[in-house]
Design a protein around this ligand. Structure first.
Ligand code: CMP
Length: 140
């Protein structure tokens, strides 16, 4: 298995409830290293650009409003098979379908307010990391 990097967001529902540390503990327990991290607040426009792939979905406006509603923590996670491993630790998008022990099972409030985002493949990971971080901020 190769060492990979993936992009992660701790979403507004989680930062509001002071869950950044609890969620980071889950990543680290799963063998993922947080190699870059910053707390920022997106504008509605920045949220819309990030989620442009979902533009035609009925939940797009609600998703963008939510993502711009409070600070988020953007992160780069590194480890063996990091993209798949992170998706396992996050659990299913809908917390009602997430497995025991996953972040979304323990912390998510709903399919929209689902506490975390993680890249779904190598290309998206590269694009999403580059949207938020410069090379100088990635120190492994
Ligand atoms: P995320 O992994 O960030 O990618 C897209 C997001 O859209 C997803 O997590 C959910 O938070 C959100 N989403 C997906 N389906 C729905 C839905 N039916 N209603 C509201 N939000 C949704």
């Amino acid at each position: 298995m190769a060492i990979q990097r993936t992009f992660s967001i701790i979403k507004p529902d989680a930062t509001r409830r002071n869950l950044t540390g609890a969620i980071n503990a889950k990543f680290e327990a799963a063998g993922l290293r947080i190699v870059a991290q910053k707390r920022i607040k997106l504008t509605r426009e920045q949220a819309g650009t990030f989620y442009a792939v979902h533009k035609e979905r009925p939940f797009y406006d609600e998703l963008c409003d939510f993502m711009a509603s409070a600070p988020i923590v953007v992160q780069v996670l590194e480890g063996e098979d990091a993209i798949a491993r992170n998706r396992e630790v996050m659990g299913a998008t809908n917390p009602a379908e997430a497995e025991e022990g996953t972040i979304r099972k323990e912390f998510a409030l709903s399919i929209g307010e689902n506490s975390v985002h993680g890249s779904d493949g190598e290309d998206t990971a590269r694009e999403e990391i580059a949207y938020f971080f410069s090379g100088l901020e990635l120190v492994g």
